[in-house]
Ligand binder design. Structure first.
Ligand SMILES: *[C@@H]1O[C@H](CO)[C@@H](O)[C@H](O)[C@H]1NC(C)=O
Ligand SMILES: *[C@@H]1O[C@H](CO)[C@@H](O)[C@H](O)[C@H]1NC(C)=O
Ligand SMILES: *[C@@H]1O[C@H](CO)[C@@H](O)[C@H](O)[C@H]1NC(C)=O
Ligand SMILES: *[C@@H]1O[C@H](CO)[C@@H](O)[C@H](O)[C@H]1NC(C)=O
Ligand SMILES: *[C@@H]1O[C@H](CO)[C@@H](O)[C@H](O)[C@H]1NC(C)=O
Ligand SMILES: *[C@@H]1O[C@H](CO)[C@@H](O)[C@H](O)[C@H]1NC(C)=O
Ligand SMILES: *[C@@H]1O[C@H](CO)[C@@H](O)[C@H](O)[C@H]1NC(C)=O
Ligand SMILES: *[C@@H]1O[C@H](CO)[C@@H](O)[C@H](O)[C@H]1NC(C)=O
Length: 338
């Protein structure tokens, strides 16, 4: 009897300690928007869990890197951190082609120490063939030779985002989008301008008619020589099947069937001809209060490679400080330890 009580007591202590550890741990990682003193723990999200397990609720937020690179710009890291903070109750999943089951642990430790310390971020290898199984894209992928394709990185990224959101549901975001306000939970596409949909950010429930039809059209009308043909142009042609799109007159959104077509102000308050404005000092900072997230036009930036420089006072520095403070801190730390 005494022995039983001892064991039971011991178990109770273990369970209680575990419980407190969990609470303390959770408190440490609750993201404080705009705060610079978040604890960055060493623990990383090298979860023994599969992507489908993480994404099964259909509320995941997905980022992709289809090149083999693991050295990514600070903007990519900032985009992912900002989403993790903005949607702290949703899993934020980053798939990288350059990861595989043999290098994942080391690579995540080396390249993504900050991201992997945030509890709702998951990092996985991107396996194209596995991803396309059970989708119309498999037949296309099987007969395509990546080496012979123009724009392969873009085209494969176009296919992957469709397959993922069709399979699991959730939101896809490009890695040059900084989240600044939560997007209402609904199926949506983002207008880049009137009558034209982007494919850089969108959200659908699993097996939605829209993503289904996009994948079918992707395969049927595939043409990798035309840039964007499998991307924004594909999304725009399929969206037109769901309604007649009116022009935007002001900052209103449009309902197209049951899909919300967000006003260009929601994600593109600074249009691509002005993309350099993000890298300039502003007299008065814009409030962006008609926007949910900011697309920084990395594609336009690929020739000049402008980056966030701490202390420069440019607009992106303010965005980093407010929306991805851990990445901002890690950049500062790295500079001062050199
Ligand atoms: C995993 O990736 C590393 C480098 O990124 C590479 O050297 C290695 O061959 C890859 N392993 C497999 C099984 O693909
Ligand atoms: C694609 O190729 C894989 C093996 O490489 C095969 O198992 C699968 O049946 C093929 N699927 C299609 C649709 O051709
Ligand atoms: C999907 O859309 C097509 C064409 O718009 C329509 O024929 C079909 O009934 C829709 N399917 C569902 C499940 O709503
Ligand atoms: C929206 O409509 C499509 C068909 O057009 C359907 O597949 C989907 O389930 C609908 N979603 C909701 C939330 O009603
Ligand atoms: C914008 O104005 C035009 C002309 O009045 C109208 O036809 C259109 O529906 C309006 N667009 C929206 C999104 O309300
Ligand atoms: C937008 O910002 C202005 C100040 O720049 C403020 O007066 C207004 O209330 C804001 N609107 C919303 C919806 O937050
Ligand atoms: C910009 O960065 C890309 C990728 O990191 C690199 O390939 C390119 O050469 C750089 N361009 C300039 C002008 O530095
Ligand atoms: C630290 O700075 C060095 C040199 O500027 C750079 O190569 C490296 O990627 C930086 N590391 C991090 C984690 O930012």
């Amino acid at each position: 009897m005494l022995k039983f009580l001892k064991i039971a007591g011991f178990l109770l202590v273990v369970v209680t300690l575990g419980y407190f550890y969990r609470i303390i741990h959770r408190q440490n990682i609750i993201p404080y928007i705009g705060s610079n003193n978040i604890e960055v723990s060493d623990e990383n999200v090298l979860q023994n869990i599969s992507p489908s397990e993480v994404l099964k609720e259909g509320d995941g937020i997905i980022f992709l890197e289809t090149s083999d690179r693991l050295e990514l710009s600070s903007l990519v890291l900032c985009a992912i951190e900002s989403a993790a903070r903005m949607y702290e109750n949703r899993p934020v999943v980053f798939f990288l082609k350059g990861l595989n089951d043999t290098n994942i642990e080391e690579a995540v430790k080396t390249h993504f120490p900050v991201l992997s310390s945030l509890e709702n971020i998951y990092i996985f290898p991107l396996k194209l063939e596995e991803l396309f199984i059970d989708t119309p894209l498999l037949s296309w992928y099987n007969k395509t030779n990546p080496e012979k394709e123009s724009h392969w990185l873009h085209v494969s990224a176009d296919g992957c985002r469709l397959a993922l959101i069709w399979k699991y549901g959730g939101m896809y975001m490009d890695t040059d989008i900084i989240s600044i306000r939560p997007i209402p939970d609904q199926d949506f596409l983002a207008a880049q301008h009137s009558q034209f949909s982007s494919n850089g950010i969108f959200q659908f429930s699993a097996h939605h008619n829209f993503t289904q039809q996009c994948m079918e059209d992707f395969v049927k009308n595939y043409n990798s020589r035309i840039w964007g043909h499998q991307g924004p142009f594909l999304f725009t042609r399929i969206l037109r099947k769901f309604c007649d799109l009116p022009d935007f007159n002001s900052t209103e959104d449009i309902m197209c069937g049951n899909i919300t077509f967000f006003n260009p102000q929601r994600f593109y308050p600074i249009g691509y001809p002005s993309w350099r404005s993000y890298y300039r000092v502003w007299d008065k900072l814009p409030t962006f209060n008609d926007s949910y997230a900011l697309h920084l036009w990395n594609y336009m930036n690929s020739k000049s490679n402008l980056t966030m420089v701490p202390g420069s006072n440019i607009l992106v520095e303010h965005l980093y400080k407010q929306y991805c403070p851990s990445i901002y801190d890690s950049i500062l730390r790295n500079m001062t330890t050199l």
